[in-house]
Design a protein around this ligand. Structure first.
Ligand SMILES: Cc1cc2nc3c(=O)[nH]c(=O)nc-3n(C[C@H](O)[C@H](O)[C@H](O)COP(=O)(O)OP(=O)(O)OC[C@H]3O[C@@H](n4cnc5c(N)ncnc54)[C@H](O)[C@@H]3O)c2cc1C
Length: 390
C-alpha cells in the first residue's frame, strides 16, 4: 500500500516535471534566443544530439545558430543548455587577486604578463591538453587543442576577433572522460557554455576565462586582411606587440618578402579604430552577464590596467597580468606554479576592477549595426574611411 502511494507520488512528480520541461523548452529551439542576446558561443551546436545546428554568419558577420528543421527532433536541449539561459555560478564571490609577471621569454610573446602560458605549461607538463584560440591557415580565429609545449606559440597572444569554437566542447568532454587533465581557456561566455554543456563538475578540468571587453566580428577582420594585405601575402600577424612598448593598440604585421610593420591606432589603422571604438563588437557584448564577478572560470586572466596607480613597482612596461583566483581548483594550480613566475603580488580586488571591465555594460556606438552592414556590403576600407576618415 505504502509502496503504491510512493510510486504514484513519484509518477505524478515525474509527469509534472515533464510538463514543465515541455512547456519551457520543446517545440522551441535556440533560434528563440534573440539575436541581441546570442553570444555565439556554439554551445547549442555542440549539444545537439542529431547535428541539426550549424553556426552561420549573420548580416553583421557574427556566427549565430541555424537549425535545420528537417533534422531537428525538438528535444529542446539547445535551448536548455544555452548559457544565456542556463547560467552557472560556481565560482567564489570574492576572488583572490594577484599581479603576475611570467619569466621574460614568456612575457615577450604574451599580450599581458604571460599568466596563460604559465598555466598551460603546467597542464602540459602533467600530460594534459590545453584549449585556446589560434589562427588557422585562412587567418581566421578558431579554438583548437594542443598536447605539446612546442605548439604553445599558436595559442599565445590575444586575437581580437570572436573565436569559432567549432566542436571544442565535445572534444573537451572526450578528453575528460579519458581521465586527461584539460585546461580550457576562452572568453567568459565560452567558459560558461562549456560548463553548461558538460552539466557537471569534473575534477580534471581547469577553466580559465579572459577579462573581456567584447568580441569583434570575424567578417570585419576577414575583410580587413583581404583588402589591406591579401591573406596569401601574410606571413605573420599579431594583434599586440611589445616591441613598441606595452600597449593594446599596436599591431605587428609581416608580409612575405617585406619588412615587419607596426600599424597602430595612433597611425590611424582602420581595424584598430573599429575595434577600440567598439564599432566591430557583438551586440550581446554590450550587456554581457558573464563579464561580472562572480566569474565563470576557476581562474580569470587579463591586463592589470591601472596597476601603477596601486603600486608603481608592479608595472615595468613589459606587461602585468591581473589574475583572479576564483575556486579551490584555481588556488591549487596557482600555488603549484607561482614559484615559476618572476613576480607574484597579492592586491586588493578594487585595484583590479578600477580600470578594467568587470561590470556588465559596455556602451556601443549607435551606428555600430549600420557600420557592420556597410562593411558586409561595400567592403571594410571604404566603410572605415567613411566612418573614421583617413
Ligand atoms: C576579444 C578580447 C577582448 C579582451 N578584452 C580585455 C579587456 O578589456 N581587458 C583585459 O584586461 N583583458 C582583455 N583581454 C585579455 C587580454 O588581451 C589577454 O588575452 C589576457 O590578458 C591573457 O594574456 P596573457 O599574457 O596571460 O596570455 P596571452 O598569451 O597573451 O593570451 C593567450 C590566451 O588568450 C586566449 N585568446 C586569445 N584570443 C582569443 C579569442 N579571440 N577568444 C578567446 N580566447 C582568446 C588564448 O586562448 C589564451 O588563453 C581580451 C582578450 C580578447 C581575446
Amino acid at each position: 500500500m505504502i509502496y503504491k502511494k510512493i510510486t504514484s507520488k513519484f509518477k505524478y512528480q515525474m509527469q509534472t516535471a515533464k510538463m514543465r520541461w515541455d512547456k519551457k523548452y520543446t517545440k522551441k529551439t535556440v533560434e528563440a534566443v534573440p539575436n541581441n542576446r546570442c553570444c555565439g558561443c556554439g554551445g547549442c551546436k555542440n549539444v545537439c544530439p542529431v547535428d541539426a545546428i550549424t553556426m552561420e554568419e549573420d548580416v553583421c558577420g557574427f556566427l549565430v545558430p541555424r537549425v535545420n528543421q528537417e533534422k531537428c527532433i525538438h528535444c529542446g536541449l539547445c535551448l536548455k543548455k544555452c548559457p544565456v539561459i542556463d547560467k552557472h555560478k560556481e565560482t567564489e564571490e570574492k576572488p583572490k587577486v594577484y599581479a603576475v609577471w611570467a619569466p621574460e621569454e614568456i612575457r615577450k610573446k604574451s599580450s599581458s604578463g604571460g599568466m596563460f602560458s604559465l598555466l598551460a605549461e603546467q597542464v602540459l607538463e602533467d600530460e594534459g591538453v590545453v584549449f585556446g584560440a589560434a589562427f588557422n591557415e585562412n587567418w581566421e580565429v578558431a579554438h583548437k587543442f594542443i598536447e605539446d609545449s612546442s605548439q604553445l606559440r599558436e595559442l599565445q597572444g590575444a586575437k581580437y576577433v570572436q573565436s569559432d569554437i567549432g566542436l571544442s566542447y565535445r572534444q573537451v568532454k572526450q578528453f575528460l572522460m579519458q581521465g586527461r587533465a584539460v585546461l580550457f581557456s576562452g572568453c567568459p561566455c565560452q567558459v560558461a557554455a562549456l560548463k553548461s554543456y558538460l552539466g557537471k563538475a569534473y575534477d580534471n578540468l581547469l577553466t580559465v576565462d579572459l577579462v573581456c571587453h567584447g568580441v569583434p566580428s570575424p567578417m570585419v577582420f576577414r575583410k580587413y586582411v583581404e583588402e589591406m594585405y591579401g591573406k596569401e601575402n601574410l606571413e605573420s600577424f599579431a594583434f599586440r606587440t611589445k616591441e613598441k612598448g606595452y600597449s593594446c593598440t599596436v599591431l605587428q604585421v609581416k608580409l612575405k618578402g617585406k619588412e615587419v610593420c607596426y600599424p597602430s591606432l595612433k597611425d590611424k589603422d582602420p581595424y584598430e579604430k573599429a575595434f577600440h571604438g567598439s564599432y566591430a563588437l557583438r551586440k550581446a557584448c554590450e550587456n554581457c552577464k558573464f563579464a561580472l564577478i562572480p566569474r565563470q572560470g576557476d581562474i580569470t586572466i587579463g591586463d592589470y590596467w591601472g596597476i601603477s596607480d596601486y603600486d608603481k613597482s608592479l608595472s615595468d612596461g613589459k606587461g602585468t597580468s591581473v589574475v583572479l583566483v576564483t575556486s579551490k581548483k584555481g588556488e591549487e594550480i596557482f600555488e603549484k606554479l607561482k614559484d615559476k613566475a618572476q613576480m607574484v603580488q597579492a592586491t586588493p580586488l578594487e585595484a583590479a576592477t578600477r580600470k578594467n571591465r568587470f561590470g556588465v555594460h559596455v556602451p556601443l556606438p549607435e551606428q555600430r549595426e549600420e557600420f557592420l552592414k556597410a562593411v558586409a556590403e561595400e567592403g571594410f576600407l571604404k566603410t572605415a574611411k567613411h566612418y573614421f576618415g583617413d
